[in-house]
Write a protein that binds this ligand. Sequence first.
Ligand SMILES: [Zn+2]
Length: 220
Amino acid sequence: MDTQVIKIKSFTFNPFYENMYVLFDETGECVIIDPGCSSERERSALAAWIESEKLTPVKLLNTHCHIDHILGNAFVMDKYQIKLYTNEAEIENLRSADIYASTYGMPTPKSPMPDIFIGDGDEITFGNSTLKVLFVPGHSAGHIAFYNSEQNFVINGDVLFHESIGRTDLPGGDFNTLMHSIQTHLLTLPDATMVYCGHGSETNIGHERLHNPYINMQHS
Ligand SMILES: [Zn+2]
């Protein structure tokens, strides 16, 4: 019997209230997803928690590269000497993130470019654990999500939210593309699948199937 258990820790950081996630298992290895830490206090909180849990970060993953999801990229990559994995179509967002940050009057710690491009069906491993990459564009051009079928959860960034969906009015966003991604890659998952979101509380596929107004709009 496989006793592997992935644990999920979230932090809500920066003025956009962005949820970042650290996934770890019994080996002590972890992956860091969408680090939004933007101040010394937030960076310290993340680092102190990782140290207290005696974790070893092995990969940095970005679901997409909007400014609120990448503010801590440079810090995490430098501190833990790990590589950045994201989809190739997110390069433009990474390049323009500084401009967005300046319009919000935020500090802009420039994110390094990705080291490794990942897309649909790729597998991300850490410790004894594996995450499957789902390509779910629409909120942004190269948005990806990370799915684990054994424990039935998905880290889905800004695609599906609790009774809502990601905005589609930013560059690279497209409503029909987003709904297609949700229909083909998320609503095909089991109802009990936990959905961890880039903003707000987590939800599950069954709840969204019933109560998400955007999904029900398409059925009516
Ligand atoms: Zn976003």
